[in-house]
Write a protein that binds this ligand. Structure first.
Ligand code: COI
Length: 361
């Protein structure tokens, strides 16, 4: 099992360039790991199914048994791992804001049920995020420069040999200050429709945030990137006909006043940003449809955009399907721009949060 906190690698004392801030170039943040001072750890043995004694500890490497369930998921999806992603923002007045962390907590719970893992309660999960954000306050970018991306992990860390749930589980939260996920900021994405590999299948784990959903996209993603595309757009594995999602974000199409996105039928991740954008769009008077979207419909769309905690709302400039490049409207006046500024305004505390989505800490 993992080492106790006393044997964690303690990072050298951080150097502060300015009162209250870590020594980070806040104008040059992308989506790369910038280690912070602290992480949160909480454990649970399979016997009592309860997580307890969570604590903030110095950020550092963790120690794992070679037989840890999480390392042996070739055995089955029983001993897998789950992750989440959520951001903390620094408001102009210096207070910190979390965005809908309860939604990530609930999604991890659903994933844990699917994977036969015990899971922290919603309250424990939210408390862990609060403590991680507060402990790492110096790494939370100044207002407008980015956010602290927090990554909760739930791992089967106990040793197993046969196919069985692991006897011990570890819940961890670490963070990294981040700016834009895709290089070039708001430059539109160019997506490539992948036809060989699938991201998920009916009855699989595509609907939960299993770590294995993301490892298996790397092949197609690397191939598309080497051809100059920003990301891959997956089709349903059975028919290769309906849109699913990109490697780490959901997809939306806009046609006139109608906004559509693939329905979450078990193969598509129920993104927190996806759900928030659906609600914001409806509030703004758009008609939003969650349904099966055939790849043939791309040709009729005015706009396309991707949503996710990491990518926020990213405009799509083109989607290439069977070597045919379909282009979409982007730039000023786009539907996607308006939706994005509304969402980010709430997340950063610039627009009044009438929905109770943000938690001030
Ligand atoms: C997120 O947007 O938070 C995700 O988990 C996607 C990840 C691939 C960066």
């Amino acid at each position: 099992s993992m080492a106790s906190s006393s044997s964690q690698q303690v990072p050298e004392s951080p150097v502060y360039s300015e009162e209250g801030y870590a020594d980070v170039d806040w104008d040059d943040l992308g989506f790369g790991l910038v280690p912070t001072g602290y992480m949160y750890m909480m454990k649970c043995s399979k016997d009592d199914e309860k997580f307890e004694q969570g604590q903030v500890i110095p950020y550092g490497n963790i120690e794992l048994s070679p037989a840890a369930g999480v390392l042996n998921y070739g055995q089955a999806s029983l001993c897998n791992g789950l992750f989440e992603g959520t951001k903390a923002y620094r408001k102009e007045d210096g207070r910190l804001l979390l965005f809908r962390p309860d939604q990530n907590a609930l999604r991890m719970k659903l994933g844990a049920e699917r994977m036969c893992m015990p899971c922290p309660s919603v309250d424990q999960f939210v408390e862990a995020l609060k403590q991680t954000a507060l402990a790492n306050k110096r790494w939370i970018p100044p207002p407008g420069k980015g956010s602290l991306y927090m990554r909760p992990l739930l791992l089967g860390t106990g040793a197993v040999l046969g196919i069985a749930p692991a006897p011990e589980y570890t819940f961890l939260v670490y963070g990294s200050p981040v700016g834009n996920y895709f290089k070039g900021c708001s430059a539109p994405l160019n997506l490539y429709v992948e036809e060989e590999f699938s991201r998920s299948s009916r009855g699989g784990t595509g609907g939960v945030k299993a770590i294995s959903n993301y490892g298996q996209v790397l092949n197609a993603l690397g191939r598309a990137r080497s051809r100059g595309f920003s990301d891959v757009l997956y089709l349903d594995s059975a028919n290769k006909k309906y849109l699913e999602e990109a490697s780490g974000c959901n997809i939306f199409l806009v046609k006139g006043n109608v906004i559509s996105t693939p329905a979450t039928n078990g193969t598509i991740l129920a993104g927190v940003t996806r759900r928030s954008i659906i609600e914001i769009a409806r509030d703004l008077g758009y008609q939003v449809e969650e349904r099966d979207i055939a790849v043939d419909e791309l040709i009729e769309a005015d706009e396309a955009f991707c949503t996710g905690t990491a990518v926020v709302v990213s405009p799509v400039g083109s989607i290439t399907y069977q070597d045919k490049r379909i282009e979409f409207r982007t730039g000023d006046g786009c539907v996607c721009r308006g939706l994005c500024s509304n969402l980010v305004g709430i997340q950063r505390g610039l627009i009044e949060d009438k929905k109770g989505w943000t938690i001030e800490i």
